[in-house]
Design a protein around this ligand. Structure first.
Ligand code: NDP
Length: 280
């Protein structure tokens, strides 16, 4: 293996410690409310981790767990109550939502100033326009990791594999804002391996276990693996074949322990930012 392994756990711990110190110096505790609907097991783990990290960093954090049969109107009423609550700075509605609920309508109902996931169309538009706003946590975490690893961004050829609204698109916007030359690849891209091989920075967010092979990687490239895939044998792997890619890349994130821990740390940072902006 030649690549330097980027330790996302350590970078996230550092960021959480900085945030905890900033929160401790405040005359109030920033309030985060996570709304979970139903029993999706993966969501249960995520929500518990978010709650625990928020409490440990001194935030006033709570989860509102609604039954799986909750109606869209009932969820919208819950969001409206949180919008109106002055003690609440950040609202996160955990996805996926049960089929009777339209996620887009719920996200659009969150006060953009409290939208700590950064998924509201107003915040997505601000990001696209280069205006300040709340930025989705996972792509934000990736930018932290690239900067921490000392990767040169300005002028670099970056490829984002995946175009979802929660990862791929905001990721491309952030790399563009950092002066990368950005390509977005997806399921209809022709000759994906060749596109990947041109990239000095490769961010994989496809949700396909170990799809990106070692011979897709340019020598010395920075490889960021956003994917979290559970295999039949229980192992957790990314979208990149780690051992193969690490033999070629300059630096690479592992799964687990790469991007994942940064997502929660950036959620806390967004909550603190939202609190400071609202209460200024
Ligand atoms: P989506 O399923 O919403 O998007 C996947 C994207 O990958 C789509 O744009 C799709 O293209 C593209 N894609 C799928 N298959 C292929 C293929 N064979 N070749 C090329 N492109 C393909 O996923 P998300 O963006 O929500 O998540 C991506 C991964 O990141 C998942 O593994 C998820 O678990 C993980 N994740 C990790 C987080 C973390 O905290 N680390 C947070 C969020 C997600 P098209 O648009 O053409 O269909």
């Amino acid at each position: 293996m030649s690549a330097r392994v980027i330790d996302g756990k350590a970078v996230a711990e550092g960021l959480r410690a900085t945030l905890a110190a900033r929160v401790q110096a405040l005359p109030f505790r920033p309030g985060l409310r996570v709304v979970r609907v139903g029993e999706d097991p993966a969501s249960g783990v995520y929500v518990r981790n978010k709650d625990r990290a928020a409490a440990a960093a001194g935030f006033d954090s709570a989860t509102i767990h609604l039954p799986a049969e909750t109606s869209q109107d009932a969820l919208l009423a819950q969001v409206a109550a949180l919008n109106a609550d002055p003690a609440v700075d950040g609202i996160l509605v955990q996805l996926p939502l049960p089929p009777q609920i339209d996620a887009q309508s719920v996200i659009a109902a969150i006060d953009p100033a409290k939208d700590v996931d950064g998924f509201h169309p107003i915040n997505a538009g601000r990001l696209a326009n280069g205006q300040p706003g709340l930025v989705p946590c996972t792509p934000k975490g990736v930018m932290y990791l690239l900067r921490d690893a000392g990767v040169t961004l300005a002028g670099a050829r970056a490829l984002v594999l995946g175009r979802s609204t929660i990862v791929g698109k905001p990721m491309a916007q952030l790399l563009l804002a950092a002066d990368c030359t950005v390509t977005i690849a997806h399921s209809r891209t022709r000759d994906l391996p060749a596109e990947c091989r041109r990239a000095e920075i490769l961010v994989a967010a496809v949700g396909r276990p170990e799809m990106v092979r070692g011979d897709w990687i340019a020598p010395g490239a920075a490889v960021i693996d956003v994917g979290i895939n559970r295999l039949a044998d229980g192992r957790l792997v990314g979208d990149v074949a780690f051992a193969e890619a690490a033999a070629v890349a300059g630096c690479i994130t592992p799964v687990p322990g790469g991007v994942g821990p940064m997502t929660i740390a950036c959620l806390l940072e967004n909550t603190l930012d939202a609190a400071l902006a609202r209460r200024a």
